[in-house]
Design a binder for this molecule. Structure first.
Ligand code: NIG
Ligand code: FE
Length: 406
């Protein structure tokens, strides 16, 4: 048995399902407790260290302790970077315009196809070790830079491999419907058929993805195309996600509510119909404030979502084009400054609600008896401090599955 002791404050959401409305900010705050860990599991939260304890003692030095952070939306595995696009953007060239000119996602597709599995593993693995140091213990990773059978499978195999060789727990999402690859520019229907008839069935047969996601956006996949792809994935046992209303509200969040995707992501441009649909469909709104920041776009209406009782999760969207940052801590700052969410609501958004967006709410996302011991000790006395300091890493110690890793 191990014990985390000398804890100043444990701040955690609780339960196994998404927290919405006023419950999003109702968290448990416990002072001067110790956490007992057996193997990879939290077994108790007690007033003092049992005298009989013989295992490792982890000293929290009077600091804040929270659950490990969960990044529920990333495009982790890719070749190359796209630093030059920043200067295009500074000159006023729009994100969708860059994509139309063959840049954007398609230039990352070129580099991802050219990269070997080993190169992709090495690159993603060094990013994951930085994420772990920042307190992130679980990460969702989307494919979508292969855009053909071989290279989509390659990206997802990289995720499968990384799950075995490093500590951050990964959840894999198939996102073959991320853009139209060059070879199908005049044959969109052909690519959709490839996704439905080949890529989805093969991914399911090889058990390479838990989720399927679609970029439902002007000039990418429309609502009906997205619906067909998501329904095919559902038939193959995948759970669903959707990139919705990132740039334009073309009906993606309405689709999300209708078909019951577990989460809808981005939602910068969501309208009232979209919000009602998410609420009625029981979807989690997965918001990505660092993407708004980097693209110079508005911030999603997070306060309205909470007021309407839609559970909010917050993630990085880490990718080479619209968010070259994997700092979930920065996302917490931005959520406080621009979404006007409270530190308590934000904690729930990056732990329990994010875990639920990955269908892992019964295993991670809170510090409670029976949950996996994914825990962060912070160089901070309380949650306010986490939202106040920005730009430096405040994680002091990171515990994954009961082991101190950082
Ligand atoms: O979530 N919107 C689509 N996908 C990513 C961007 C990917 C890229 O630009 O490479 C996003 O913003
Ligand atoms: Fe994304």
């Amino acid at each position: 048995m191990k014990c985390i002791t000398n804890i100043g404050l444990i701040a955690t959401a609780y339960g196994t399902s998404p927290r919405a409305g006023s419950k999003q900010g109702e968290i448990s705050l416990k002072k001067d407790k110790s956490i007992l860990i057996q193997g990879d599991t939290i077994v108790d939260i007690v007033d003092s260290v049992p005298e009989s304890l013989s295992g490792e003692i982890i000293d929290a030095e009077g600091c804040l302790v929270t659950p490990g952070l969960v990044d529920s939306h990333t495009h982790l595995v890719f070749g190359g970077w796209r630093a030059h696009e920043l200067q295009l953007k500074m000159q006023g060239v729009d994100y969708l315009e860059i994509l139309k000119q063959g840049g954007g996602i398609l230039s990352t597709v070129k580099e991802t196809r050219a990269a070997s599995e080993e190169e992709l593993i090495n690159k993603a693995s060094s990013i994951l070790s930085e994420m772990l140091k920042e307190g992130i213990t679980t990460v969702e990773a989307k494919s979508g830079y292969g855009l053909n059978l071989v290279d989509e499978l390659k990206q997802m195999r990289v995720v499968e491999h990384l799950n075995l060789v490093q500590e951050v727990e990964l959840v894999s999402t198939l996102m073959a419907a991320h853009a139209l690859p060059n070879e199908y520019l005049d044959n969109k229907e052909g690519y959709i058929e490839l996704i439905i008839d080949t890529i989805i069935p093969e991914t399911a047969r090889l058990d390479l993805a838990k989720f399927c996601d679609v970029f439902c956006e002007t000039g990418i996949f429309n609502v009906e195309e997205s619906r067909r792809i998501l329904e095919a994935a559902k038939e193959h046992g995948m759970k669903l996600k959707i990139h919705a209303d990132e740039i334009n509200a073309i009906g993606a969040s309405r689709l999300a509510g209708e078909i019951g995707t577990i989460s809808a992501e981005h939602l910068i441009a969501i309208d009232y119909k979209g919000l009602s649909s998410l609420k009625n469909g029981g979807c989690i709104a997965c918001l990505l404030p660092a993407t708004s920041f980097y693209l110079g776009k508005p911030y999603a209406p997070a306060r309205s979502m909470i007021d309407m009782g839609i559970p909010v999760a917050i993630a990085t969207d880490f990718n080479p084009g619209s968010c070259p940052s994997h700092s979930l801590q920065l996302c917490c700052n931005l959520a406080n400054y621009f979404y006007k969410l409270s530190p308590e609501e934000i904690l729930t958004a990056v732990t329990l609600n994010a875990a639920c967006a990955l269908d892992l709410g019964n295993k991670i996302g809170s510090i409670e008896k029976g949950k996996q011991a994914d825990i962060v000790i912070w160089n901070a006395p309380d949650l306010d401090f986490l939202c106040y300091r920005f730009g430096s890493n405040l994680a002091a110690k990171v515990i994954k599955k009961g082991r101190v890793i950082v």
